[in-house]
Design a protein around this ligand. Structure first.
Ligand code: AMP
Length: 178
């Protein structure tokens, strides 16, 4: 892990490393022990939101599926709306779609065409930044709807996969960096 941040040492302790899941060679970062602890979950949301206050953000966008957990809680804290970016075929109304490669496999994500008003100030949240394909695709979707992305926040970043390279031009916050 790079430059341990003492403020999040208790969050780091709670992240469970599961080797070879969902396939050999992947070390899965299991965040469910953090979610199960009310104090840690609250702290995680506070850290993800950073200095943003109610009124600063029009919508928090979360990425299917674990991103929803953090983004919905952050939206409550910021007293703004929550918008889901979902896997293809799950949203019922008209959508924009974007395909991308994962650390394992590939995927297509979608957003409702009317989810966000043009020019809205948006905070994008996901649980983990790996290769950056997912977040880059979500960024493309947000550009299609005309959102103004204030920041992208991740609970965990796997920096050795260089995901930030795909997210240039947008401020990024990662709480725990491996
Ligand atoms: P990527 O598009 O490669 O940045 O992958 C990020 C997405 O895949 C996130 O939404 C994570 O939930 C998931 N993911 C990728 N790698 C891992 C991992 N090692 N542990 C847990 N989740 C992961």
């Amino acid at each position: 892990m790079n430059a341990p941040n003492p403020c999040v040492a208790d969050l780091v302790q709670a992240i469970r490393n599961v080797p070879d899941f969902p396939q050999p060679g992947i070390q899965f970062k299991d965040i469910t022990p953090v979610l199960a602890n009310g104090r840690l979950f609250k702290k995680c949301i506070e850290q993800l939101v950073g200095d943003f206050k109610p009124g600063d953000v029009d919508a928090v966008v979360g990425i299917d599926a674990r991103g929803f957990i953090f983004a919905a809680a952050a939206a409550l804290k910021l007293e703004c709306g929550f918008v889901p970016v979902r896997k293809k075929g799950k949203l019922p109304f008209q959508t924009y779609e974007q395909s991308y490669d994962l650390e394992y496999g590939s995927n297509t994500i979608a957003i409702h065409t009317d989810a966000i008003r043009h020019g809205s100030r948006v905070l994008l949240i996901d649980d983990l930044l790996a290769t950056g394909g997912t977040a880059a695709a979500a960024t493309q979707l947000l550009k299609k709807v005309g959102a103004n992305i204030l920041e992208i926040s991740f609970f965990i970043e796997l920096s050795f996969l260089n995901g930030r390279d795909k997210l240039q031009g947008v401020p990024i916050r990662s709480l725990v960096i491996y």
